[in-house]
Design a protein around this ligand. Structure first.
Ligand SMILES: Cc1ncc(COP(=O)(O)O)c(C=O)c1O
Length: 400
């Protein structure tokens, strides 16, 4: 074996520092029994309140059947869309997504993450300026970086701060405003009416990432534009099939000219093998169920989110205010968030401890996500465990 390199020594040191700060990340391997129950490798069972499977459609019989039968067309696509990997189903899904989002056109990427990279890399030039909310998702931040444009970060959800930056900007290039629709770690909703006005006033292109909004908000579940009645006012809407749409893959929806350009210029689109038939078929089936809303998925999701918020607030658990199924419990210290999450896991409940660098230092939290698939009994059981663990920890801290 080669002797330990300097790089390995540096990495070991850095990992040790990460561990000392309580920030080590570890993969948890699970197998799902249904949309909200999973087992780990030892067979221990968990109730899951940490997934983005908002409508529980990963286990809808129609979605599973669609994925299985698409397997008859092969397990992989064999190439990028522009070479050999362009299946009929992907093109059909793009038409369906465009119709659902009330746009002319849509284009699929392999993940939501790659969509943000692909859109920002593809459309933004180094002479341009991107105005980006300070709490935007990492994939937007990374997309801003690879675009090489100047990036101006505005205070979270502050149209006032954004306008200040737009006013003082003197770029000769194009302006882009980019925001999460529903913020992934805080669960709040972007102030879209203000952003639309500012985009119009300052001639900027508005990009909204609806990863946590599709299948979640808007009367038809189509996301932030529908929630505010602003369909047709957003230049580009990014989305993912990995959350409410129960599978894998991402997409962007907007005018056809943008899609035509991305197909020709966006490297994350051009140089990656296309999704196979099964995830595309799964997303089509999930989208069908969402559009029909036959089982009242959206209503169930909203009422479940309301119930969980009520149960926790009544017990004075410090929730971040909001209305979406992303429910952050503010903890502060990363080590405390980890301790609570690990105690809950021991009791068979999975919630995420969110720590820096995902959120700012001192703002670590437990992130609870409610889905339409949770039963009232499961919601009460989870709330009870969270409240008990929280109170026990409070008592322990008080006696120290
Ligand atoms: C706001 C937002 N955009 C994009 C992504 C990336 O989507 P995907 O998981 O499909 O890569 C996520 C989460 O994963 C997200 O929260």
């Amino acid at each position: 074996m080669r002797k330990t390199s300097r790089l390995e020594q540096e990495l070991r040191l850095e990992l040790k520092q990460i561990e000392e700060q309580g920030l080590t990340r570890k993969i948890k391997n699970l197998r799902f029994l249904d949309a909200v129950r999973a087992i780990d490798e030892t067979g221990k069972e968990y109730l899951v309140f940490s997934s983005n499977n908002y409508l529980g459609l990963t286990h809808a019989p129609e979605v599973i059947a669609a994925a299985k039968s698409a397997g008859d067309y092969g397990t992989g696509s064999g190439g990028a869309r522009l070479t050999t990997g362009g299946h009929f189903e992907a093109a059909v899904l793009e038409k369906e997504l465009a119709a659902f989002k009330h746009t002319e056109s849509a284009l699929i990427f392999n993940t939501g993450y790659m969509t943000n990279l692909g859109v920002l890399y593809g459309l933004v030039k180094p002479v341009d300026v991107i105005f980006s909310d300070e709490l935007n998702h990492a994939s937007i931040i990374d997309g801003c970086k690879i675009s090489k444009a100047k990036v101006k970060v505005y205070r979270h959800a502050s149209a006032q701060d954004l306008e200040r930056l737009l006013e003082e900007d003197e770029t000769a290039g194009n302006r882009f405003i980019v925001t999460d629709g529903v913020f992934s770690m805080d669960g709040d909703i972007a102030p879209l009416p203000d952003l639309v006005k500012l985009a119009e006033k300052y001639n900027a292109i508005l990009i909204v990432d609806d990863a946590h909004a599709v299948g979640v908000i808007g009367a038809d579940g189509s996301g932030t534009a529908a929630y505010f009645g602003l369909q047709g006012k957003i230049d580009l809407q990014v989305g993912t099939m990995s959350k409410a749409l129960a599978g894998e893959g991402g997409y962007v929806a907007g005018k056809k000219i943008f899609m035509d350009y991305l197909i020709n210029k966006s490297r994350p689109f051009i140089f990656s093998t296309a999704l196979g038939p099964a995830p595309v078929a799964a997303a089509r089936a999930a989208l069908d169920l969402l559009r029909e809303n036959k089982n009242g998925y959206l209503h169930k999701l909203w009422s479940n989110a309301r119930l969980m918020r009520e149960l926790l607030s009544k017990a004075k658990i410090p929730l971040m205010a909001g209305e979406t199924p992303i429910i952050p419990i503010m903890v502060g210290e990363a080590s405390v968030a980890m301790e609570i999450a690990s105690q809950l896991a021991d009791k068979g409940l999975l919630v995420s401890a969110i720590r820096p660098p995902t959120v700012p230092k001192g703002e670590s939290r437990l992130r609870i996500t409610v889905t339409a698939a949770h039963t009232e009994e499961q919601l009460k059981q989870a709330a009870g465990l969270i409240i008990k663990t929280w109170q026990e920890l409070g008592r322990k801290k008080a006696s120290e």
